[in-house]
Design a protein around this ligand. Sequence first.
Ligand SMILES: [Zn+2]
Length: 138
Amino acid sequence: MSRGRFLRKQVEKRSAKERVKELFVKAAGKRKQGAADRLVRKARRLAMKHKVPLRQYKTLFCTHCYARLVPGENCRVRIHKGRIIYSCLTCKKFRRIPLHGRPQPPSKRISEKTKSAASPKGPTPRNARTTERHNAST
Ligand SMILES: [Zn+2]
């Protein structure tokens, strides 16, 4: 892809992102389920065309039947084994979303582990000295 075309596509993607957001807001405000579902479908089609991720909207629509989800109306929300479960009452399928986010890649996890292991052992030598002095004075 030439540079010019790439930049043009980037601009298109940005406007598509905003349009997708608008469509989801509109769908949430619709009272009729059918009208809201049409808006969701429109937003999804636009997102696919411009490769806009729909990650942040995943609790707003059913990924199986593309119905707009309203908890208490056509969707059941439960927590089970550390996951939020969104059951669509239209197609009876569900989606599980981890409560505490995704587990981090191993390399990151190890570095964090070493960090957390080092900190509870105690403050750095300089801090230790100051606390010692503090203890001596009191
Ligand atoms: Zn569904």
